[in-house]
Design a protein around this ligand. Structure first.
Ligand SMILES: NC(=O)c1ccc[n+]([C@@H]2O[C@H](COP(=O)([O-])OP(=O)(O)OC[C@H]3O[C@@H](n4cnc5c(N)ncnc54)[C@H](O)[C@@H]3O)[C@@H](O)[C@H]2O)c1
Ligand SMILES: [Zn+2]
Ligand SMILES: [Zn+2]
Length: 389
């Protein structure tokens, strides 16, 4: 089959590789019909997540048709259309039973690596390095999906691929970012990053009753897409002091909720951002954390900070004093996709949310390397790349 393989920093290629096969009785094989490139893939593409090996197949946002099932699979059958959550859950462990799917205790065969880094390991992820299990990803014609009875969600006939695909990751991730911040009626919510995750965090905050949503980015296309969803756009590149600007916009109170939908590759020109960039380039540091610092600094007293953007290592100049003095709540983490896939599918069916609004580029799998370059450089007014195979 054809698959998008990683070879090194900014070097991905579509290659012919062996077809996946059933390895365990709970596996299924999915023939992929649609797959997307995520901001998280850019962290791999840009070389910031260790333990990728040349030839590894990337991709964790995918869906398709089940073509083969293992002997113990009961809930899905060949012919079913399914969308697959990026985090692999066993369905049996304490974490899965408590809907903390991304923290599954059983699906990362390389757990020892993350235990060394973080004390404990989360579950395995598709196409996300050997730290997360070394599972082949879904930017390919076929993928092996472990625990086929647990993760994949059947897609009803009336829902086409483009409406269902983002249930694999970014729609639940944006939703969880808002939900974890306990967004409710009357809240003023500020969202840093108007990429795909930010767009869905903005829409989710609205659905959860936010009175105002302030959307922060520097790309006009992304800001206008946020404004179309009812947010007030704020271009940080044209703002001298963002924290002060937010204070002014909120009658001196600051936002009740601040969401970081940017993560470890934040852009910035402040001194801390420049220092982070130099440290990242010279491998003295891992994350560019200027947005993380800013969300904490900007959040109003008693507010809630929710971090959906990915961070990988140690962060310095972390404003813990501000977090403490203002009595903030801080939530973060990978998305527990399985928890909100079904309710979000129902919202799509009811027309409350239209995931296709953010798609700007429709490519073939063969064009995936171009898709990475365009999405990475935010070129050609790109917001989200979908590949139909
Ligand atoms: N928690 C999870 O489970 C999960 C799931 C999916 C993605 N993510 C992460 O979410 C983040 C965003 O993903 P995406 O697909 O939307 O990526 P993206 O790269 O398309 O979007 C990031 C956006 O942040 C903006 N940005 C950069 N610096 C900024 C700054 N200083 N202030 C405000 N905005 C700034 C960029 O212009 C861009 O529009 C990534 O870190 C990704 O890894 C996390
Ligand atoms: Zn993703
Ligand atoms: Zn589990």
């Amino acid at each position: 089959m054809k698959a998008l393989c990683w070879y090194g920093k900014n070097d991905v290629r579509v290659e012919t590789v062996p077809d996946p096969t059933i390895l365990r009785p709970h596996d299924c094989i999915v023939r992929i019909t649609a797959t997307a490139i995520c901001g998280s893939d850019l962290h791999l593409y840009d070389g910031y997540i260790p333990t990728l090996e040349p030839g590894d197949i990337l991709g964790h946002e995918f869906m398709g048709e089940v073509v083969e099932v293992g002997s113990e699979v009961r809930r899905v059958a060949p012919g079913d259309r399914v969308v697959v959550p990026f985090a692999i859950g066993c369905g049996q462990c304490w974490y899965c039973r408590n809907e903390l799917w991304s923290l599954c205790d059983n699906t990362n065969p390389n757990a020892y690596m993350l235990e060394g880094m973080y004390g404990y390991s989360g579950g395995g992820l598709f196409g996300y390095s050997h730290l997360y299990g070394g599972y082949a990803g879904g930017q390919a014609e076929y993928a092996r999906v472990p625990f086929a009875d647990v993760g994949p969600l059947k897609v009803p006939d009336g829902i086409d691929d483009e409406h269902a695909l983002f249930l694999s990751d970014i729609l639940p991730t944006g939703w969880q970012a808002a939900e974890r911040a306990e967004v409710h009626g009357g809240d003023v919510v500020a969202v840093w990053g108007c990429g795909p995750v930010g767009q869905f965090a903005i829409r989710s905050a609205k659905l959860l009753g936010a009175e105002r949503v302030i959307a922060i980015d520097r790309f006009p296309i992304r800001l206008s897409l946020a404004e179309r969803a009812g947010a007030e756009g704020l271009n940080y590149a044209e703002t001298d002091d963002l924290v002060e600007a937010l204070k002014e916009m909120t009658g001196g109170r600051g936002p009740d909720v601040c969401i970081d939908a940017v993560g470890m590759e934040a852009h910035g020109t402040s001194i801390d951002a420049v220092v982070d960039r130099v440290k990242q380039r010279t491998r003295l540091g891992t994350d560019r954390a200027n947005v993380l610092r800013q969300v904490i600094q900007a959040c109003g007293k008693g507010g809630r900070v929710s971090v959906a953007g990915v961070y990988a290592g140690f962060v310095d100049k972390f404003p813990f004093g501000a977090l403490f003095a203002k009595g903030l709540t801080l939530r973060a983490g990978q998305c527990d996709v399985q928890r909100s896939m079904r309710p979000l599918l129902e919202r799509i069916e009811r027309g409350e949310i239209d995931p296709t609004e953010i798609i700007t580029h429709r490519l073939s799998l063969a064009e995936a390397p171009d898709g990475y370059a365009i999405f990475r450089n935010k070129a050609d007014e790109c917001v989200k790349v979908v590949m139909h195979t």
